[in-house]
Ligand binder design. Structure first.
Ligand SMILES: *Cc1c(COP(=O)(O)O)cnc(C)c1O
Length: 436
């Protein structure tokens, strides 16, 4: 029965981020999942796996969380959806208010969409249109960082520096300027890497600022690049340069927001505020597609006018979906009720205590962590990544390395036994995946 579902899936479903032919041979396993509970995913054959990457970084409080389920059941009986143009509802308003409050009300005017990539598109269009509305239409250029990832729709891909996702579509994409990354691995110290990258930004802005609309960054951790981490110093320097040269700073916290790096938003660790903030992934606790873009009163004011064309006329059909907003509210309730950021400090330290000894392993480089993200690079052949995926599954953990970077990005609910299980399985899977 399981085999037939997998065969039907291969025939009927075009799976994301996948060369479908790799599923044909069975070399790349396709898991048939029938239910989830807490950190665990259960397969149709009775097996289970601990979701060590929060189902692509979205799941914060486990699968089928009773509190989020209850909120959704309640919402389902009231209102499943209504368009947000010309109508409003409590979940959309309350979520916008609470997200703004979480930024200390320095950002607001929450613009909803459904996916991370759409949030990036909105941020780019908002910045571009702001400069046009402000009488500076020549400010059109976008700056992004080496190894940066902002999503895969055409606008987002244009500011994404990932050849494997980009190259096939090069001619389709608007040119953006890729600047050096502050990745701590790029220099002798993380602060030197931060200063070098900021110097490159400054050199570019000194010459081109009159034509630049915005710089887009992933604060503290470039996740898709393989959990490339940088010093908050870079964000402080970039913020100051953006202020000096009148360029928007867009923080893409789609992956790092909602407590992932230790603070609720990653930018807090640099004591800065972006001009535009993109949120998604963890926002709904991993339940439903939802994204949000928050911005300053100043940017909002540039669109507020009698003329329709000066407004921000962007939209998506499911914008502000009540069910998705309600899941997000339930998730924020859990943050508050369980003091999650504080509990995660202890969780992060426990995981670190078990994984840090790997730093001495002869095949391991750059063991690193920030908040609830842990990563290390493995010196091995190109086949390592897929081998590790299988050796980890065989030990009941779901982990998908990015290239030769193994990372953990678990949900915020692991108990001591699960932390132990996950870390031991990771280490065993590493040994099993390395050539003898
Ligand atoms: C995942 C991700 C995106 C894209 O989000 P989707 O919901 O997959 O479109 C954008 N930026 C960052 C930093 C991400 O990690």
């Amino acid at each position: 029965m399981q085999d037939s579902l997998l065969a039907r899936s291969r025939a009927a479903v075009w799976h994301p981020c996948t060369q479908m032919k790799h599923h044909e041979s069975g070399e790349l396993p396709l898991l048939s999942i029938v239910r989830g509970e807490g950190a665990w995913l259960y397969g149709s054959d009775g097996q289970r796996w601990l979701d060590g990457i929060s189902s692509w970084w979205v799941n914060l409080f486990g699968h089928c969380n009773p509190r989020i389920n209850a909120a959704l059941r309640d919402q389902l009986e009231r209102l499943e959806h209504v368009m947000l143009a010309g109508a409003t509802h409590e979940p959309a308003v309350q979520l916008a208010e609470r997200l703004a409050a979480l930024t200390g009300n320095r950002l607001g005017h929450c613009f909803y969409a459904s996916d991370g990539a759409s949030a990036t598109e909105i941020a780019l269009k908002m910045s571009f249109h702001y400069w046009k509305n402000s009488g500076r239409p020549e400010k059109q250029e976008f700056l992004c960082l080496a190894g940066g990832y902002h999503g895969e729709t055409a606008g987002a891909l244009a500011v994404t520096d990932m050849p494997i996702f980009r190259d096939a579509y090069g001619p389709l994409l608007r040119a953006a300027t890729v600047l050096p990354s502050p990745d701590a691995r790029n220099a002798a110290s993380s602060s030197e890497a931060a200063r070098n990258a900021a110097a490159a930004l400054e050199a570019h802005l000194a010459e081109r600022h009159g034509c630049v609309a915005a710089l887009i960054v992933e604060p503290l951790v470039q996740c898709a690049a393989g959990m490339a981490m940088h010093d908050p110093e870079y964000l402080r320097l970039a913020r100051a340069l953006c202020d000096r040269y009148e360029v928007h700073l867009i923080c893409d916290e789609i992956a790092v927001g909602f407590g992932r790096t230790g603070s609720f938003f990653a930018f807090e660790q640099a004591n800065i505020t972006p001009d535009i903030l993109c949120l998604s992934k963890g926002i709904s606790g991993g339940y439903l597609p939802l994204s949000a873009v928050l911005t300053t009163d100043r940017i909002y004011a540039a669109f507020y006018d009698d003329a329709t064309a000066r407004g921000f006329l962007h939209s998506h059909s499911y914008t502000g979906n009540p069910l998705a907003c309600r899941a997000a509210l339930a998730s924020l309730d859990i943050f508050a009720a369980d003091d999650v950021l504080v509990a995660n400090v202890a969780r992060s330290a426990s995981i670190d205590a078990l994984l840090a000894p790997l730093a001495d392993h002869p095949n391991v480089r750059h063991y690193r962590r920030r908040g609830m993200i842990f990563a290390f690079d493995v010196v091995a052949d190109a086949g390592f990544s897929r081998r590790f995926y299988r050796t980890a599954l065989a030990r009941q953990v779901l982990l998908r390395p990015i290239g030769n970077t193994v990372y953990l990005m678990p949900p915020y609910i692991l108990d001591t036994a699960e932390i132990d299980f996950l870390c031991r399985a990771t280490i065993e899977a590493l040994h099993a995946a390395l050539p003898a």
